[in-house]
Ligand binder design. Sequence first.
Ligand SMILES: [Zn+2]
Length: 304
Amino acid sequence: MKKYGRSRTKTYAVGALALLAAATGCGSSGGGTPAAAGGTPSTAAHPSGGGAQTPAAAAATTPAAPPAAGDPAAWAKWNLKPLAPAPAAPADKPIKLERTGTVPVFSDVKTADKVVFITIDDGAEKDPKFVEMLTDLKVPVSMFLTRDIVKDNYGYFKPLQALGNHIHNHTVDHAQMSKVPPEKQKSEICDAQSALTQQYGTAPLLFRPPYGDGANTPALNGSVQQCGPRAIVLWCESMQIHDMQYQAADKKLKPGDIVLAHFRGPKDLKGETMTQMFGEMLARIQEQGFAVARLEDYIQAPPA
Ligand SMILES: [Zn+2]
């Protein structure tokens, strides 16, 4: 796989084949294996087999973030240091989606901004404290919800949505997409799409396959195209309980990385709560000097 040839602007011009070829894992520093390689179903980030990290790529990015700001009292309430404020959203979006045709697959966003993007999946844990936390901290997140995991309480996610956070498609029941035929892929995506659209009043723009599985297959790309989402989104880092798993061998965040977390509670976090896990993730981001930006601010939706 080419690791440095990823120019999204170019990608859209040259069509489906190049798109699929370009859809490697986290690429901005050359780290990470192609997300679909081997189709390993794991919520863990794929360990990088990718060899040496070149500092050259990282050096091309803007080094300095603005000093931390935000409401110090709110951060103190959660025993956290404020994150650096996110820069203004770019006017020229690094990712431009098309109305039709092959959908792009990405796990990071090309940007020099010292930002990462938080995505939260599934929807099992519905901790009211987490709503309070995001209301206090105003950290942007993107939610990839699984219909059958959230349908007992769609309402839980509405105050999170009201904070400006977007809801995206993560199938009906978390099926492993490469293990099911195209018709089933289609119902997994399309049925979740209609339920989420009906519940949240807006059609999900993005899709994430469970475990990242099948993301780069033509079959899944075709299924996504038939259901409405216009991109397949993977990730570079995966939050565990106290720290992230990194695809990059140097275990460092890079500008534009997409971070995966889950709506999980004490049962899945060895007793830690969702807010404890999320606070630890913010601390790991803060100590590396990154801000958290809104993923959708870096994506241009298809023309109407
Ligand atoms: Zn999931």
